[in-house]
Design a protein around this ligand. Structure first.
Ligand code: GUN
Length: 289
């Protein structure tokens, strides 16, 4: 069976077009321009690429963007002062501090300082709690991107056995939480596997939908999945041979009904969902339903 390749690169373009229309209308009808501030500390090459891609997407869509690049020796107090200023800036509706931070800065203090109404990453404890209660302000970008990929590819989640591999706060925990809500594009039976799981393959073989965010190249092989599985690969591993996911794409695709590639799968969706959250925040700040 030839697997359907779920092309995040195509689906994200479609969502960008929808957002462009929404932004034009916001501008014309309400004189509102959504604004996103990104803060990058230090010289991490991968982080620079991510922040650059976010800035480019803002330009493309007509979102005002403010990029703040700070040296690696910036103090926590200095960073908090930037966040404080951006919390008060009415041009800014979204604040994103690129992670990871240098070791001398406490990540929790920084996330706590961001106004939850401008927390377009949805990392603030208030937003994490609201998500868990099924009443989110913002959906976290990568999990939201995954859910959109499933919905727009016509994959039924209602009653599906979903297995998530990885328990990070950015992907594993929130996607598991979102898919178990009693909502459209959710209502699944969810299992989370992690490094403490005794028999990983026993779980992954049961999955109708397998979501892998393990951070280990080719951790999932064909013998670990059942025929007809839908596979979402969140992995981004930079090897000498190039970029690979957490799933052995070439062999697993022979058994799968549908599968995301790396690159061009989940990655482009994360950025477009950040743009969507920024637009949503601008509407919330302007009191537009
Ligand atoms: N670092 C890796 N992924 C992310 C993300 O989604 N948001 C932020 N702020 N930092 C990241």
């Amino acid at each position: 069976m030839a697997a359907m390749i779920i092309k995040g690169s195509e689906i994200s373009k479609q969502i960008k077009e929808e957002l462009k229309l929404e932004i034009t209308e916001l501008n014309k009808k309400y004189n509102v321009i959504p604004g996103l501030a990104t803060i990058l500390i230090g010289e991490d090459e991968a982080s620079k690429v991510y922040v650059g891609a976010k800035e480019k997407a803002c330009k493309e869509l007509g979102i005002y963007s403010e990029r703040i690049d700070l040296p690696v020796n910036t103090t926590e107090a200095e960073l908090l002062a930037h966040i404080e200023r951006l919390n008060k800036d009415s041009k800014i509706h979204g604040i994103l501090v690129q992670l990871p931070l240098p070791k001398h800065i406490n990540e929790a203090n920084v996330i706590d300082a961001i106004d939850p109404k401008k927390d377009v990453d949805a990392f603030h404890p208030i937003n994490v709690g609201k998500l868990m209660l099924g009443k989110p302000n913002f959906l976290p970008c990568t999990p939201h991107g995954i859910q959109e990929l499933l919905i727009r590819s016509g994959i039924e989640t209602d009653g599906a056995e979903v297995v998530v591999v990885g328990r990070s706060n950015i992907v594993g925990k929130p996607i598991a939480n979102m898919l178990l809500q009693k909502n459209k594009g959710a209502n699944a039976t969810v299992t989370i596997c992690h490094t403490g799981t005794k028999d990983l393959a026993a779980h992954t073989k049961r999955a109708d939908i397998l979501i892998v965010a393990a951070g280990r190249p080719k951790a999932i092989t064909a013998d670990m999945v059942k025929d007809g599985v839908v596979v979402i690969d969140v992995g981004v591993n930079r090897l000498e041979t190039g970029l690979v996911g957490d799933v052995d794409f070439e062999t697993v695709k022979e058994k799968a009904k549908a599968i995301t590639p790396v690159p061009g799968g989940v990655g482009p969706m994360t950025i477009v969902m950040l743009m969507k959250n920024t637009v949503q925040s601008a509407k919330m700040h302007a009191g537009i339903g």
